[in-house]
Write a protein that binds this ligand. Structure first.
Ligand SMILES: CCCCCCCCCCCC(=O)SCCNC(=O)CCNC(=O)[C@H](O)C(C)(C)COP(=O)(O)OP(=O)(O)OC[C@H]1O[C@@H](n2cnc3c(N)ncnc32)[C@H](O)[C@@H]1OP(=O)(O)O
Length: 191
């Protein structure tokens, strides 16, 4: 993105934050039918207004790679707080939008987070243009929503086009989930 577009990116992230708040709030309410119908129309109005700004692949802000997890409406926003060539530390706070059973995070969302975080780390410190070949997640304990959790990622081995990585998600001293994954760098010319 150009410098002029960087400001617009910040404004876009504000909109995504507002959308995330909507998603989390939707998981907490029980509106009566009349209010639901009225709110549905309001959401449809917003969607139709946004459609006026549809853009070609490459110009879409949510797909801006540097913003992954933060500028994307579905991915989980996380912060990478420290990154070396072989390891990464980060933090993440899940919201009510990510809830499976009461106040705990849906397992599929945790797997999505690992795919995104480990994929980002492989792109930056392993081999760019890699895709997930496998991703195994062990759920060790339930994962709470609305609590800052710690993430780690590390590159264990690189063999040819293959980067083997592991990751953890912890609540203080409690390991919530662990992941191991293989990312394979695409052959030249592969879309
Ligand atoms: C800065 C901002 C960043 C931004 C960063 C953005 C981060 C985003 C992260 C999201 C990442 C995704 O979700 S990606 C989307 C989900 N994943 C996919 O859709 C991938 C679908 N699968 C594929 O496209 C393909 O199977 C590939 C690319 C994974 C591999 O195909 P290929 O290139 O033809 O390679 P292939 O010859 O089959 O395999 C190469 C080597 O890997 C091994 N291998 C391949 N698959 C496996 C497997 N499942 N389990 C074990 N080993 C495997 C082979 O045995 C071989 O080993 P050897 O004989 O060489 O020893």
């Amino acid at each position: 993105m150009t410098e002029a577009q960087a400001y617009d990116t910040d404004v876009f992230v504000d909109m995504i934050e507002a959308f995330r708040d909507l998603q989390a709030t939707l998981c907490l309410v029980a509106p009566p039918p009349e209010a639901t119908t009225e709110l549905t129309a309001t959401i449809e109005d917003v969607t139709n207004r946004l459609k006026e700004f549809e853009a070609p692949e490459g110009d879409r802000v949510a797909r801006e790679l540097g913003l992954r997890g933060i500028g994307h409406p579905v991915l989980v926003p996380y912060q990478a707080t420290d990154m070396s060539d072989t390891g990464m530390l980060g933090s993440v706070t899940f919201s009510y939008a990510h809830m499976g059973s009461t106040n705990t995070v849906h397992g599929g969302v945790i797997t999505m987070l690992f795919d995104d975080v480990l994929g980002m780390f492989v792109s930056r410190k392993g081999q760019p243009n890699s895709r997930t070949a496998f991703l195994k997640v062990n759920y060790r304990n339930t994962t709470p929503v609305n609590r800052e959790l710690r993430m780690t990622a590390s590159i264990d081995k690189i063999e040819g086009r293959k980067t083997f990585v592991t990751g953890t998600l912890s609540d203080g001293d409690i390991v919530c989930a662990e992941a191991e994954a293989l990312f394979v760098q695409l052959l030249p010319g592969r879309p």
